[in-house]
Design a protein around this ligand. Structure first.
Ligand SMILES: NC(=O)c1ccc[n+]([C@@H]2O[C@H](COP(=O)([O-])OP(=O)(O)OC[C@H]3O[C@@H](n4cnc5c(N)ncnc54)[C@H](O)[C@@H]3O)[C@@H](O)[C@H]2O)c1
Length: 674
């Protein structure tokens, strides 16, 4: 297809004549059939809602077709309207537009729906099983049409994938404002999502799916590398001078599969258990796992050898993680660090496979005898915790990886609670990400080269490495290590070959680092060293972007971790400081109703105007969270907020006075003993 034809099709919107119904592509990974949650009247409403996108002349045909889709898949995806062209990131000039900002957004949307990137591309789902860019193909078509027509004086309003329309604004406004899954708080149970989504009025945007900011597996590899590096560092302070460390965990699935790759980059030996041979095979063929063992004695022998030689290798144990923990304890193999990444947020329907049953037996039992399956899961968790406790008694550092392991193990009656009723082990955000990264402003800054050209990405890597190396020379001790890790990461990034889809990169940086890198990119675009605009953005899993009491804000201890002011303010503040688009979501990572998160995208076009915007916006985007974290008395954030106020006389943050615990205790004793 030539460029003019492609542009015409992208700008077409809803076609004048009905396209032929396409085949259901069995070669693709499709979303599971959703729950049949609507009553008859609601089904009629869902069909009427879907027909709103089409002229009346099509309704007779489409009503029957949409009813069939609803019955077969639990949703109306409008498969017939999937475009005939390949959806993927391309050069920004390939997209039809009247403003480059809109073309950059089209590039980002296209990347999120690329077959090589998206989990269920035909259902417009990018990752996490339900992380949607749009609810149906009519929304995709209309959005691309609006973007192709938009000027620099209009803003496109997106309600959970539905393009409400183009509204007059001005050149300094965001070009797109996105919300996903925003509902009245009392209507935020999982079944509410099922229902509203089936009606076609709301969607789960996850974090970077519904905000067009997903960049493939690179993000999760980087985050996991930072976690494992810092976990290793925590224990090396206790255990200086020991050889190569051993990390034991489970899961070689979507996110968990990053563990062996990340451990290798972090210079740590890893053994990851995986019950599903298909998942193990994928990671092995991809080169993310070096060796696979299904014989426990051979695995133990290989581990002893690797530990003795100090050989960094990543090993998959093809079997249950419970058997692995038990065997390593029996054989007295010391695991320096451990975690778990089975999908325990979904324990009864395939997220966790109990020990003592084969993979196939479990799959059968969970549908044929779900009550017994539940009991098996609980028994297995009790055994798993008992084995982990044997290791931690010898000094293993164990942490929860945001998968509800501690929660489900405690519900199963495992020995996982301390005497005060708290969990024996910390979560990765409480212990690592929060105090070591977020409280100092370090978070997942990312960018995408709109030329779609790897040589531009190489230039940005160089610029980012130079910028962070320069910062490191004058950085205070508190953040030197974070900077060093990211300089190392960015220097190795090209060699690790993690680009899938758009020409994107991620690293962790604080406000100063993000501003300097973005400013240097903008200058390089102006000077012609980078050939086209660059989009900057971030994962919502960041300093200020997300209020999530059991993850991103789990290390907030002033009682405010169930509030969401920070995430909401962040998006509002970004929107009037120069973001090209902003988004705010209910749900993401830990589930609908459990988290509010938001993000932004900004197009760097080499202009002086953009220089000003990027400074203002990135400064707020990080320091909003620093101010909140410091008000919660977090040590690192108190350090950072003072540093930022010194750097910027206009910043005046309310800083807490720190109460003496004895004074408070005496005061409370007085009223209690009355
Ligand atoms: N990696 C991260 O940074 C991160 C962050 C937050 C949360 N999480 C959580 O981690 C969990 C895993 O995410 P995912 O995308 O990889 O899910 P996934 O379902 O794709 O992968 C989990 C894997 O664990 C395997 N498994 C289940 N029970 C097992 C057992 N007993 N022994 C061995 N293997 C077993 C499954 O076969 C599956 O392949 C989720 O709950 C996710 O929310 C991960």
């Amino acid at each position: 297809m030539n460029s003019a034809d492609f542009k015409k099709l992208v700008a077409e919107g809803i076609p004048e004549t009905l396209p032929e119904p396409g085949e259901y592509d069995t070669g693709l990974n499709h979303a599971p059939k959703r729950k049949d949650i609507l009553n008859v009247d609601e089904k009629k409403l869902a069909i009427k809602n879907a027909l709103r996108y089409f002229p009346e002349k099509f309704h007779k045909v489409l009503a029957v077709e949409f009813a069939e889709e609803l019955a077969s898949y639990g949703r109306i995806y409008m498969y017939r309207f999937r475009p005939s062209y390949e959806i993927k990131a391309r050069h920004i000039d390939d997209f039809p537009c009247r403003t480059k900002s809109a073309a950059a957004i089209m590039l980002m949307i296209s990347n999120n729906l690329d077959h090589a990137v998206a989990q269920h591309p035909d259902e417009l789902i990018t990752y996490g099983g339900n992380g949607a860019v749009f609810q149906n193909w009519a929304q995709y078509r209309l959005t691309m049409k609006y973007l192709s027509e938009m000027t620099d004086e209009q803003t496109l309003v997106m309600y959970s994938g539905h393009p409400l329309g183009l509204f007059p604004s001005d050149k300094d406004s965001p070009r797109v404002v996105v919300t996903n899954g925003m509902v009245i708080p009392n209507y935020s149970s999982k079944d509410h999502w099922e229902k509203f989504n089936a009606l076609g009025v709301s969607q789960y945007g996850q974090m970077t799916a519904g905000s067009y900011m997903y960049i493939g597996p690179q993000g999760i590899v980087h985050g996991t590398t930072i976690t494992i590096l810092n976990a290793a560092r925590k224990i090396s302070r206790r255990d200086e001078g020991k050889g190569v460390k051993l990390y034991v965990s489970s899961g070689l699935g979507g996110m968990s599969g990053a563990q062996p790759k990340a451990a290798r980059i972090a210079g740590v030996i890893s053994v990851i258990a995986e019950v599903n041979p298909k998942a193990t095979g994928t990671r092995h063929s991809q080169g993310w796992v070096d060796e696979v063992f299904s014989d426990m004695d051979r695995l133990v022998a290989r581990l002893r050898e690797a530990i003795a030689d100090g050989t960094v290798t990543s090993i998959a144990w093809q079997g249950n993680v419970v058997d692995l923990w038990e065997k390593l304890a029996d054989e007295k193999i010391f695991a320096d660090m451990g975690s778990d990444q089975t999908s325990l947020h979904n324990p009864w329907a395939g997220g966790y496979y109990p020990a003592g049953l084969s993979f196939e037996e479990s799959n059968r039992m969970m549908s044929e005898d779900p009550d017994r399956f539940r009991e098996e899961v609980k028994k297995s968790l009790v055994r798993q915790v008992a084995a982990i406790n044997r290791h931690t008694a010898k000094g293993t550092y164990f942490f929860d990886y945001g998968n509800a392991f501690l929660l489900e193990a405690s519900r199963a009656g495992a020995d996982i609670l301390k005497t005060g009723g708290e969990f024996r082990y910390p979560s990765y955000v409480q212990d690592i990400m929060g105090p070591m990264c977020f409280d100092y402003g370090f978070g997942p800054f990312r960018w995408v080269c709109c030329s779609n050209d790897p040589s531009d990405l190489a230039v940005t890597d160089e610029i980012a490495a130079e910028t962070l190396s320069g910062l490191m020379k004058r950085a205070p001790d508190e953040i030197k290590q974070q900077l060093a890790d990211n300089v190392h990461w960015i220097k190795e990034a090209a060699r690790n070959r993690l680009v899938v889809g758009s020409q994107a990169r991620i690293l962790y940086a604080d406000a100063e680092g993000r501003i300097l890198i973005a400013g240097a990119f903008n200058k390089a675009i102006r000077d012609g060293r980078i050939s086209a605009p660059v989009v900057i953005g971030r994962d919502h899993h960041d300093v200020s972007g997300t209020d999530s009491p059991f993850r991103e804000t789990s290390n907030i201890y002033d009682g405010s971790r169930f509030t969401a002011d920070m995430a909401v303010h962040n998006v509002i503040g970004d929107s009037f400081r120069g973001a090209t688009w902003v988004s705010l979501h209910n749900g993401g990572g830990v589930g609908w109703g459990e988290v509010i998160n938001g993000g932004f995208g900004m197009v760097l076009d080499g202009t002086d105007d953009t220089d000003q915007k990027l400074k203002k916006m990135l400064y707020w985007d990080v320091n909003n969270g620093i101010a909140r974290r410091s008000w919660a008395r977090n040590k690192g954030a108190l350090f950072t907020v003072r540093k930022e106020m010194e750097r910027t006389p206009d910043l005046k943050v309310t800083v807490p006075y720190l109460a003496d615990d004895d004074i408070v205790e005496q005061a409370v004793n007085k009223i209690q003993n009355r």
